[in-house]
Design a protein around this ligand. Structure first.
Ligand code: ATP
Ligand code: MG
Length: 716
């Protein structure tokens, strides 16, 4: 036995320690939730630095979210007892890809100031491509092509590599061709989409061995967290880089692979041993996160999946509290009951920071937000209906983008007539034509049109005014603090005023969001840094660091942990999600089950599952039946909780059927405490087969939710 090493190694178990200390050669840590995989990676970085095996900027470390990257940076600092400075290559695939692409942009025909399009911009651009090619976007929606292109990019396929059969599916076989045109347009605009952030570097590495060589020399150690969710492009990118030092350490858990719908391939885990012969594989079995009942429940549930690599998980603490399952009458009641539970826990001294509500679909969040606002309970929403995706924020951002890079045509188009300046489609068409003819940016084309007198009257005055404003704002970039500049722009452009004069209900909220936007710019050094951040944020956590409940999606919660986890909405159609079942059948169901496993294993001490008999989705009431996953939980580890008294009073209390659009027959047993009782009464109904989805799927807020029928659900 070797003598105890430095402090940071002291707390590790022997397998973890082996994974940390095996620095040379490829390493794969394959282990279940909460076994310390992320901790191993963090400690490994500290170890590399402490031994002086590499300098901070020679370590490439990939995390799944920006938030995880920040946390890893902090933890390494703590382990070393000093700030981990200079770790420039710690981030997400996207942020690291951006960095590499900016350094060598010219090798793929871009300028290093390229803009990163978000989904919304991407769709707008594809619409333009479709219309230029005379393709009816009602018949062939832009969104559909965007989805196909993303899928191809996830598999590292360029326009020429798309298999003929797949291209056939769009616009009479023109899929691949349109993809090519879209790429050409992106290049003209000096823009990239998310997929290009990886594809660009891959192309550069392949076509320019000297560049790849530079990175081989640089990256002495490479580490990847959540490896089970890498897609083919990410895998190829890693493999190219790892040909250098071969010191690639990946950690993952096949049971937590939840991004199959986005192209992630669990097979990458299996490939690892093939592509890196002699790779060391370490398995960790002790779970340090969750108490026994929670871990048993999660392990039992995931065991229903076929084709797992299979792992053992052993709890390290007491059995603790059982997982609770509770039913509610509707989703509003669910939000009220969970709000009450949170307040009760808080009054017993539990911190809100240690509690999270993890939802399957982001539309579920709003009801909790509203309830918490009523209660005055601080909360933060992570991901979901993202702040930066709101219309007013996008408009404001478009102004900032044009100021920072005048070549950003999509941004210019977005705001040229917002607020209304009399610069309609005709004016925009003129500007676009001129830009193409003269090969200049849109603002420059606009300037030339005005100067040449080709634009007349009011439109000319308005355009001239806008161009002069942009000149003035651009001139302020280096002279004025960027938050102040943002205020000036929003003010002088008339944008704030537009909402101030607006009489609609949302206007006030929009003004507040604009203020919030300016506030959110404060931590950044300059405008460019901020814009870069926004185009990359996937986890836009808001607000100050006050004690607050977290609301987020199950997908976003990967890798995180909380003392108490609330899991609402365990209903057929919502969870498992109807769309997954429809599109991917058994594989879809298994991915949903992995998501349930991820949800349960986020909890340290308390996991509280809820389901509602009725849910309002986009203003429409739908009845629902409990999720099949509830039946898959082991009884010994679960407590079925009586429904809260607030709605036990039958038809009294103002819960009249009139509240329901679909006016179901009101039953006196709707407050049945749990799905088990339904099972006792209704027999087969508790294992909802395909019949439960008889109502067929409905499209709501972009989500498919089963309009299953309570009448068949045994709740009567
Ligand atoms: P996930 O699969 O959910 O990402 P993980 O395998 O990455 O989980 P970690 O987040 O690294 O697990 O660790 C889970 C928890 O267990 C953390 O709170 C961590 O600090 C703790 N932990 C890990 N290893 C040990 C150990 N040897 N002793 C005590 N606590 C540990
Ligand atoms: Mg982890």
């Amino acid at each position: 036995l070797r003598a105890a090493g430095p402090d940071y190694l002291a707390g590790l178990n022997p397998e973890q320690r082996e994974a940390v200390e095996t620095l040379d050669g490829p390493l794969l840590v394959l282990a279940g939730a909460g076994t310390g995989k992320t901790r191993v990676l963090t400690t490994r970085i500290a170890h590399i630095l402490a031994l002086g095996r590499a300098r901070p900027f020679e370590i490439l470390a990939v995390t799944f979210t920006n938030k995880a990257a920040r946390e890893m940076r902090e933890r390494v600092g703590k382990l070393l007892g000093q700030a981990a400075e200079g770790m420039q290559w710690l981030g997400t695939f996207h942020s690291i890809g951006t960095r590499i692409l900016r350094r060598h942009a010219e090798l793929v025909g871009l300028q290093s100031s390229f803009t990163i399009l978000d989904t919304d911009d991407q769709i707008r651009l594809i619409k333009q491509v479709l219309s230029a090619e005379n393709i009816d976007d009602k018949r062939w929606p832009a969104r559909q092509l965007a989805f196909a292109i993303d899928g191809w990019k996830n598999r590292a396929l360029g326009p020429k590599d798309v298999p003929a059969g797949e291209a056939q599916a769009f616009a009479a076989g023109r899929g691949a061709e349109l993809y090519g045109i879209y790429q050409a347009r992106l290049k003209q605009l000096n823009a990239v989409d998310f997929g290009d952030l990886l594809l660009g570097p891959i192309r550069i590495f392949r076509d320019h061995p000297d560049v790849l060589e530079q990175y081989h020399r640089r990256f002495r150690f490479m580490l990847v967290d959540e490896y089970q969710d890498t897609n083919v492009a990410q895998y190829l990118w890693l493999r190219l880089l790892a040909q250098g030092s071969k010191n690639l350490a990946c950690v993952g858990d096949d049971d937590q692979s939840i991004y199959g719908w986005r192209g992630a391939e669990v097979e990458n885990i299996l490939r690892f041993e093939r592509d890196f012969p002699g790779a060391k594989v370490v398995r960790l079995e002790r779970n340090y996160r969750s108490t026994g009942h929670i871990l048993n429940a999660a392990s039992h549930l995931i065991a229903k999946n076929e084709g797992r690599l299979g792992k053992t998980l052993r709890p390290q603490t007491e059995l603790g509290e059982k997982v609770t399952v509770a039913g509610s009458w509707d989703s509003g009641e669910e939000a009220r009951a969970i709000g009450d539970e949170i307040e009760a826990l808080q009054s017993k001294g539990h911190k809100l920071d240690d509690m999270a509500i993890l939802v399957r679909a982001s539309f579920q969040m709003r009801e909790f937000e509203e309830r918490f606002i009523t209660l005055g309970l601080p909360y933060r929403v992570i991901g979901g209906p993202r702040f930066y995706e709101r219309a007013e924020i996008r408009d404001a951002m478009a102004y900032l983008r044009v100021v920072a890079s005048p070549a950003d045509a999509l941004a210019f188009e977005r705001i040229v007539n917002v607020p209304k300046r009399g610069l309609g489609d005709a004016a925009l068409k003129l500007i676009n034509e001129r830009a193409r003819a003269d090969e200049v940016t849109l603002p420059e084309a606009a300037r030339r049109l005005c100067d040449a007198g080709e634009m007349k009257g009011k439109a000319r005055a308005a355009l001239k005014d806008l161009i002069l404003s942009f000149d003035r704002w651009s001139g302020l970039i280096d002279k004025t603090p960027h938050t102040e500049l943002a205020e000036i722009i929003l003010e002088e452009s008339g944008y704030t005023d537009m909402w101030a004069k607006d009489r609609t209900a949302e206007a006030q909220g929009r003004l507040e969001n604009l203020k919030e936007l300016v506030r959110s710019m404060e931590p950044f050094e300059n405008l460019r840094g901020f814009l870069e951040h926004v185009s990359l944020v996937m986890d836009a956590d808001r607000g100050p660091s006050e004690d607050a409940v977290t609301i987020m999606t199950l997908h976003g919660a990967k890798g995180l942990e909380f003392d108490t986890v609330f899991l609402p909405g365990w209903e057929e159609g919502l969870f498992p999600h109807q769309r997954s079942l429809d599109e991917s059948g058994r594989a879809g169901l298994e991915e949903e089950r992995r998501l349930a496993y991820v949800g349960l294993t986020r909890a340290r001490r308390r996991a509280k599952i809820w389901f509602a008999s009725n849910r309002r989705v986009h203003g429409m009431w739908q009845s629902s039946i409990p999720s099949r996953f509830l039946d898959e939980l082991p009884e010994a580890d679960v407590d079925v909780v009586e429904a809260p008294a607030t709605f036990g009073g039958g038809m009294g209390g103002g819960y009249g059927p009139s509240r329901f659009d679909n006016a179901q027959p009101f039953s006196s047993t709707y407050a049945t405490p749990g799905w088990r009782r339904a099972q006792e009464r209704g027999g087969a109904t508790a294992s909802p087969g395909p019949g439960a989805r008889r109502g067929g799927p409905m499209t709501i807020e972009g989500e498919l939710v089963a309009s299953s029928s309570a009448k068949s659900a045994g709740f009567k």
